[in-house]
Ligand binder design. Structure first.
Ligand SMILES: [Zn+2]
Ligand SMILES: [Zn+2]
Length: 288
């Protein structure tokens, strides 16, 4: 069984529709796919329908932008009830903050003489990746990564701060909504400082179900080994995934990292327990 538990569609910052993503996953030889767009469940229905048709197992998820000790941390949430009021309110605040962010980024870019307007940006809710793509189209930079490195990352001239919910609070909200949480790429891009083993232990006691171990941002095999050992010690599920963004991110092809079947089964068991405990109506896994 080939299992990929972290992917994006055009509903956030990927480049494929949920249907195209499901078909691409099947063509890539995957058996299980999780759709985890940023801060939204908007792609779930389309993906579920496509997965049923394609005979693919689909897990409905999302990747939520949180903060912990002043650092951004991405939290994968699987199978929560998307109608939970607390969850909906937080997602609205996150997405609303992002809506206000694009105009501020454009103003900052104009200030340093980069000619770009809101009309250059193609997205319903434009975020940093969409501004980056507009900079690529305008030939200001060659790639999305270059746009982040030169202009859009913290400390760069067009970085704009925005609302973020606390990581610990969101772990609690997802539990209330009957879902389970996994920290995405916990030690990618210098995040190790914010999430050492001692912090992960505290988050595990706060209800965290797992950590993403096999991810392209964990380039060093030693990092993966160390995280796997921590997951084992703390009884956390250790997942692996591509973080596929279609053409939006190179070197993240579907199935480039996968989750072992026994870890996937543990995750589903925890999700079933969380669902029962919450008393919410949570989404089922789409099974072929
Ligand atoms: Zn992420
Ligand atoms: Zn992601």
């Amino acid at each position: 069984m080939r299992i990929d538990l972290h992917t994006h569609s055009v509903v956030s910052d990927g480049t494929q529709t949920p249907t195209e993503l499901v078909h691409a996953a099947r063509d890539a030889g995957l058996d299980v796919l999780a759709l985890t767009d940023h801060d939204t469940a908007a792609g779930w229905d389309e993906a579920a329908e496509a997965a049923e048709d394609a005979g693919l197992e689909l897990v409905r998820g999302m990747e939520i932008s949180t903060q912990h000790h002043g650092q951004g941390v991405h939290l994968l949430a699987y199978l929560p009830d998307p109608t939970h009021a607390g969850l909906r309110a937080e997602l609205d605040r996150i997405v609303g903050g992002r809506g206000a962010r694009a105009p501020a980024m454009i103003a900052a870019l104009n200030k340093i003489d980069i000619a770009i307007t809101l009309e250059d940006i193609v997205a319903d809710v434009p975020g940093r990746p969409h501004v980056a793509d507009a900079l690529v189209r305008r030939k200001v930079v060659q790639t999305r990564d270059e746009a982040f490195e030169k202009y859009l990352n913290p400390g760069r001239p067009a970085y704009v701060d925005r609302y973020a919910v606390s990581l610990t609070a969101m772990i609690g909200i997802i539990a209330e909504a009957g879902g389970v949480t996994v920290i995405a790429h916990p030690w990618g891009r210098g995040r190790k400082g914010a999430l050492p083993a001692s912090e992960l232990a505290q988050l595990a006691s706060a209800g965290l179900a797992g950590i993403e171990v096999d991810h392209q941002d964990h380039k060093d095999p030693d990092v993966r080994d160390e995280l796997r050992a921590i997951a084992h010690d703390l009884d956390l599920v250790a997942t692996g995934s591509s973080d596929h963004h279609g053409l939006g991110k190179s070197n993240h092809g579907l199935g480039c990292n996968t989750t072992p079947v026994e870890q996937y089964e543990r995750l589903l068991e925890r999700a079933a327990t969380a669902s029962a405990r919450s008393g919410r109506v949570t989404p089922d896994v789409v099974t072929p």
